[in-house]
Design a protein around this ligand. Structure first.
Ligand code: FAD
Length: 549
């Protein structure tokens, strides 16, 4: 894999043998935004191990970095969810006499200094963290490696996000895979050949000695608070309450959702219950969805998927725990990747998550505003804002869910309201923006990050570039979704549209998916913002001849 990437450079830096530092006063675990859990957390577990060996306390640091959140288009909902989890963990850590200190540090460039001065202030000579694969984060960790050793601090980094960490599944030429199927085949073979290594559960951290609470250096850390909000990212009260209700914080919630999703026996009275509005924890109380996952995962009008994306992208649940649970529940000795079984199909989706993270680490330009397929860099996009930076009419209507195309509007309103959207609905909404409205995929990518509570750079970028036909293993540019025929496939009962677009609730059948002009006018529903057949021709022309109108 390209030696010049920050990922490769960090891997090389970690290979350098750093002299074992002198025993310090404590060990620091630096928790990041994607590892918000206590159980099965590699860096935390190893930090605890070190603290036990040295007979010193473990302390936990979390750095809030507003400038970083701005640079990464972090949405306020995701940040609010982070704070809610930190507040819960503060209590759980305190039960183990482990203090969790949340500090705010605005400047992203000086974050390494912030972390290292925290170590110095508390006399730590070892720092532990899990790796984040975004390019700026990798550069930050490289900087830490450089700065730590001269200060007598040993920085230790661990892979924790993926089932198989980036850089392992490579082609014969030692390159990153840019096509999913061969990656996935090698992924499953590698995993099944090394199950104990990849799926091993890390021991929980051991409690500190109770005396830590009265120690001069550490006692005050227990008294600090997790802020309720971050200036510039504050949700309005109604949205916050809604997010709290639909997406509760906590490892136990995520574990319960996983358990319900993988239940081996369907609670038959509820199996197949149509609940297109159920999201998050609400949905988790329904019957085993994995049973129908293979055949019904593309249905937006059924709650057949796990809804675990938020808990996975925030690290509230371990992806290893998800795979282990699938094996235990379904009594298999190998990880199942059979497309025809519900659980096997689900594991393949987990592999997509690894795939896109691998791409992000190996080909960082995909997240730096460049299309992976450079040949499409010059595709001509429609203007999406005026000279004052206001959204164009078409973009406004897409964002608000008033395009006049029911399935697109249902999808967008669902995300605006709940912070989550079904995978197939994401594909339809993204394809509509890029091909029907011919608006730059980067505009949509940013809006999804703003509204989604599960926003994850690797998966979001991968999904958008798939739909825009510019990414690794993308949808070919000439395969443009017809939103009306897609609509009847993802929402055959019409429940999804009727719920999210109540103007149309009295309609059924083809009229619901594509309301006749007279009917739409009567119901006060907008007429389509574009004519699909015409905009399809425009997209084909522009993709075929990048640079030309
Ligand atoms: P399940 O169907 O239960 O799948 C289990 C897990 O596998 C998911 O929780 C997720 O972690 C992973 N997964 C499933 N599908 C994909 C996929 N296509 N790519 C990568 N991982 C996948 N996912 C995010 O987590 N964050 C995002 O910001 C995000 N943005 C997307 C944007 C677009 C345009 C598209 C097309 C897809 C995006 N996805 C994103 C992927 C996918 O839509 C969601 O992960 C999925 O809908 C979450 O629902 P679930 O948890 O019920 O998934």
């Amino acid at each position: 894999v390209d030696a010049n990437t920050p990922f490769s450079q960090l891997m090389d830096a970690l290979d350098d043998v750093v002299e074992k530092p002198k025993k310090g006063e404590c060990v620091v675990y630096w928790m990041r935004m994607a590892d918000l859990r206590i159980h099965d957390n590699r860096a935390l577990s190893r930090a605890s191990d070190q603290a036990q060996k040295d007979g010193i306390p473990l302390i936990v640091l979390f750095i809030i970095s507003p400038q970083d959140y701005i640079a990464h288009d972090r949405g306020a909902r995701r940040i609010d969810f982070t704070l809610r989890n930190l507040a819960l963990m503060k209590t759980s850590f305190a039960d183990l006499h482990i203090p969790l200190q949340v500090v705010t540090h605005f400047q992203r460039k000086t974050m390494p200094y912030c972390a290292l001065s925290f170590c110095e202030k508390h006399g730590a000579t070892t720092l532990f963290a899990n790796i984040e694969y975004e390019v700026d984060e990798l550069r930050r960790d490289l900087e830490i490696c450089k700065l730590a050793a001269p200060k007598g601090i040993q920085a230790n980094f661990f892979h924790n996000k993926c089932v198989i960490e980036p850089g392992i599944i490579v082609t014969k030429q030692d390159k990153a895979y840019t096509v999913y199927s061969p990656y996935q085949r090698k992924w499953i073979a590698t995993l099944n050949a090394n199950i104990p290594y990849y799926l091993e559960e890390c021991p929980d951290p051991v409690a500190n000695d109770e005396n830590v609470r009265s120690s001069k250096i550490f006692a005050q850390l227990f008294d600090t608070r997790v802020p309720d909000y971050i200036e510039g990212f504050r949700l309005d009260d109604a949205d916050r309450e809604k997010m709290k209700e639909v997406w509760p914080a906590g490892e136990d919630v995520a574990a319960k959702m996983l358990d319900a999703f993988l239940a081996t026996k369907a609670r038959t009275s509820q199996l197949g219950a149509v609940d297109p509005v159920a999201c998050g924890a609400e949905a988790s109380d329904k019957a085993s969805r994995v049973l129908k996952y293979g055949s019904e995962r593309d249905r937006a009008d059924r709650d057949t998927t796990s809804r675990l994306s938020l808990y996975l992208s925030s690290g509230v649940i371990s992806v290893r725990a998800c795979v282990r649970a699938s094996m235990v529940k379904w009594k298999t000795s190998k990880v199942d990747d059979n497309r025809n079984s519900g659980v096997g199909r689900w594991i393949q989706e987990i592999a997509w998550r690894d795939f896109y993270t691998n791409v992000l680490a190996a080909l960082p330009r995909v997240s730096m505003g460049r299309p992976f397929l450079e040949k499409f860099a010059d595709v001509v996009w429609e203007k999406h804002e005026d000279s004052s930076g206001n959204d164009s009419e078409a973009l406004k209507r897409w964002k608000a869910g008033t395009t006049g195309v029911p399935v697109v509007d249902a999808a967008m309103r669902c995300m605006n309201e709940m912070g989550w959207m079904h995978n197939r609905a994401r594909m339809i909404a993204a394809m509509f923006l890029t091909k029907d409205l011919m608006i730059d995929w980067r505009v949509g990518e940013r809006y999804f990050m703003e509204k989604l509570i599960d926003g994850d750079l690797a998966s979001n970028n991968g999904g958008w570039q798939w739909c825009a036909s510019t990414g690794v293993d993308p949808c070919p540019y000439f395969r443009i979704f017809n939103p009306y025929s897609q609509s009847s496939k993802v929402d055959p009962t019409g429940e999804f549209i009727r719920h999210w677009v109540p103007e149309l609730r009295k309609l059924a059948g083809p009229d619901l998916h594509n309301p006749p002009t007279v009917t739409a006018k009567k119901l006060g529903y907008p007429l389509p913002v574009v004519v699909h057949s015409e905009s399809r021709d425009r997209a084909l022309r522009r993709y075929k001849n990048p640079g030309e109108e």
